[in-house]
Design a protein around this ligand. Structure first.
Ligand code: HEM
Length: 223
């Protein structure tokens, strides 16, 4: 089975030997992807609905203890994802699609909120490895997309349980909506179906991992 990117590498190799483009292309025909952002929204809508109902946010947060446990699970998940996204294997490719990964890292905001609540972190989530750059881009789509709905959740939680730090939900210090727009632009840079399929598969894997590690409470906050 062809993997995303193979056609490009193969073409470069063959071209170095002086063979015409037409002779080396057929190995993996490029099919233009019309609108990967729209496809992602459509092809992950079921899983978005599932994490929304699985977390039950904001109604599931009735006490400060609920909130602290949620932040712990989110930190365990987001820090594990961010470690994988920052893998040196993808460094050049993030740059290639115009992404400055540092602008998309948010686990430190969870650390800030946990510290302000005098709450320790829990062990980072055990996630599968991310095996291709398009898969990583699918994960980035999900974690960055989660910040969109998150902006509504911080104020709702505060109105239920009173003043608590919500820098993660409110994406403190981030220039909304610019990080989201960068992701959309990067998605539009994916121009063949093999890669696009991997992005969608990556996004679906990310939603499922979120469901496993965040949506269902697994550990109570350490008081
Ligand atoms: C639990 C409560 C949640 C609510 C109420 C919520 C709500 C929303 C809303 C209103 C948007 C559209 C924002 C906009 O277009 O400006 C959105 C987008 C999005 N959310 Fe959520 N969300 C929630 C949880 C999550 C979670 C947990 C994730 C991921 C793990 C997530 C991933 C996404 C993604 C990827 C998008 C972008 C969809 C697109 O392609 O346009 N959301 N969400």
């Amino acid at each position: 089975m062809n993997r995303c990117g193979e056609h490009a590498w193969n073409t470069q190799r063959e071209n170095a030997r002086g063979r015409p483009e037409s002779e080396v292309r057929p190995r993996c025909p490029v099919v233009r992807v019309d609108d990967l952002p729209a496809r992602l929204r459509r092809d992950t809508a079921d899983l978005h609905a599932s994490v929304e109902s699985g977390t039950g946010l904001p109604d599931s947060i009735r006490t400060r203890s609920d909130y602290r446990a949620l932040l712990q699970r989110m930190h365990a998940f987001h820090s594990a994802v961010e470690t994988r996204l920052a893998d040196p294997r993808w460094a050049g490719q993030w740059a290639g699609v115009g992404i400055d990964l540092t602008l998309h890292l948010r686990a430190h905001l969870l650390l800030d909120d946990l510290a302000a609540l005098d709450t320790p972190t829990v062990a980072v989530a055990q996630l599968d490895d991310i095996e291709s750059f398009p898969t990583a881009l699918g994960y980035l789509y999900v974690v960055e997309g989660s910040s969109l709905g998150g902006r509504l959740i911080g104020p709702a939680i505060r109105s239920t349980i009173g003043a608590v730090p919500t820098s993660f939900f409110e994406s403190a210090g981030r220039s909304h909506p610019s990080p989201w727009r960068s992701v959309q632009k990067a998605l539009r840079a994916i121009d063949d179906d093999v890669c696009a399929n991997e992005v969608v598969a990556g996004a679906r894997a990310a939603f499922r991992a979120y469901e496993r590690h965040v949506a269902v409470p697994q550990t109570a906050a350490v008081r």
